[in-house]
Structures are given as C-alpha cells and as structure tokens.
Design a protein around this ligand. Structure first.
Ligand SMILES: Cc1cc2nc3c(=O)[nH]c(=O)nc-3n(C[C@H](O)[C@H](O)[C@H](O)COP(=O)(O)O)c2cc1C
Length: 236
C-alpha cells in the first residue's frame, strides 16, 4: 500500500505536518510526505480543458503531484485554518483535483483521511476537506482536528495588540461560542478589561501550542493511520 501525505500548512514543522506524518507512520505502509508551500500548485483556472483528458493543462508541480495522487492507495490531507477556511495552498490543491473527476472519477475509491488545525474554526475546515475529497469519490476513513497556536502568541506584539485573535472569535463579536477561552485556558488569561474593538487585554501564559505535548491528539492520529491500514486489508 502507498500512502501520500500532503500538508497545506506553510509553517515549518507545523502541527499540521506533525499530525499528517503521524498518520502516515501509523499506516506502516510505504509513505511520502509533500508540503504544498515547498512547491508550486496554483488554483484552478476553470478552462475546462481537463474535461475529456483528465489532465490539467497548467504547467506547475501539480503535474507530478497528481501522478503521485493517482499512484497512492490512500491520501492524508492536512490544512491550517486561515480566515475560517483551509489555507490557500490546500484550497488550490483540492481545486486542481477537479481534473481527475470528470467522466472517469479517477480518484474514486481511494482511501483518505483529513487533518485540520486551527484556533477556533478548524472543524469547519475539517468538514470542507472531507467534502472536497469525497467529491473526488474518495472514501474518508477518518478526519481529525486539533488546536494550534494562535498567531497572536507568536507574532510579537501579542498582549499589546488592540485586536487579538481571541477577541475576533469572542462570543461578543461572532454571536457564536467557538470555545476559544476554554481551549486556551492554560495558554491565555483574558483580563477583566478585555473588550473587543476597545482594548484587547490578555496575558499570554505559553507562547506555542504543540500537538506533540497532547498525547490524546497524537493517539487520534495513530488511530486514523491504523484504520487506513486495516481498511486497506494489510493490517490483519
Ligand atoms: C493568516 C492567518 C489567519 C488565521 N486565521 C485563523 C482563523 O480564521 N481561524 C482559526 O481557527 N485560526 C486561524 N489562524 C491560526 C492558525 O490556524 C493556527 O496558527 C494553526 O496553528 C495553524 O496550523 P499549523 O501551525 O499547523 O499551520 C490564522 C493564522 C494565520 C497565520
């Protein structure tokens, strides 16, 4: 069995990379990892030239990457959450898979798993990833989400920023409960004078959140990798 892991996170050794790699490893199969930000895969230009050929005419790294997709029995696709959506790297890759769908549904029947990492909206990204791969006829064996590092923890100004990300996702502004306060309890202390749009007051307790420090998150990645192995029938 061949398993291809693809990360749409542009951050070096990111949480998304870690989880995609952990799933790959747990499959016990022949695996390969590709980081989309290291190569050039642009968005679909809707030229529809692929309709009868199943080949995308854009001359970039999707040419060889699509061959690897076709050779793989299973795909593990991970993305960071940017502006409530998959990263642009990930979005472009999924759009380009369109070329393999027409008429023959060439990606049909491949096993797939998804990883979405974010601060608040990663579940939406996880669903989108699953739907995108399902549209290519793939069989989604498992999907996982994990909490990552809010950019405000690492960008520098941090606590002094007037509009940090935890305010952008506050109940007060969105009308929704993304659970950010609860999820970042040990990492962040919101101060009583924290008011979205007025004064983003908080104390950052820990500067980085790594899934490697969260055994249950790593265990979920392992579980999904093993599921791929089982489902492919090589694990018994
Ligand atoms: C440009 C940018 C936009 C972001 N927007 C969101 C967002 O809308 N929702 C969210 O949950 N996290 C958002 N984040 C935080 C990232 O999802 C978070 O840092 C996560 O750890 C990224 O995963 P990675 O480190 O594996 O790439 C954003 C980060 C950046 C750099």
């Amino acid at each position: 069995m061949k398993v291809l892991g693809i990360s749409g996170s542009p951050t070096k050794d990111s949480n998304t990379d870690t989880l995609v790699k952990a799933i790959l490893e747990a499959t016990g199969a022949e695996t390969e990892f590709v980081k989309l930000s290291d190569i050039k895969v642009g968005p679909c230009i809707a030229c529809m030239k692929c309709v009868h050929t199943n080949e995308c005419i854009i001359n970039d790294d999707f040419k060889w990457l699509s061959k690897k997709v076709m050779e793989a029995d299973a795909i593990v696709l991970g993305s960071s959450t940017f502006y409530g959506a998959a990263s642009a790297f990930t979005k472009a890759f999924v759009e380009r898979l369109y070329s393999k769908r027409h008429v023959k549904l060439l990606t049909g029947g491949k096993l797939a798993a998804t990883v979405a990492v974010g601060v608040a909206a990663e579940k939406m990204v996880g669903e989108w990833l699953g739907n995108g791969l399902r549209a290519g006829g793939m069989d989604i064996v498992g999907g996982m989400t994990a909490k990552g590092t809010p950019c405000c923890f690492v960008c520098g100004p941090g606590e002094t920023c007037a509009f940090p990300v935890w305010n952008a996702y506050s109940k007060e502004l969105t009308g929704m409960d993304f659970g950010v306060e609860e999820a970042y309890k040990g990492y962040l202390e919101l101060l009583p004078d924290n008011k979205p749009y007025q004064h983003g007051s908080a104390r950052i307790l820990k500067g980085y959140r790594s899934v490697k420090d969260e055994p249950e998150v790593m265990a979920e990645a392992e579980r999904i990798g093993k599921l791929i192995k089982e489902k492919h029938g090589t694990g018994k």
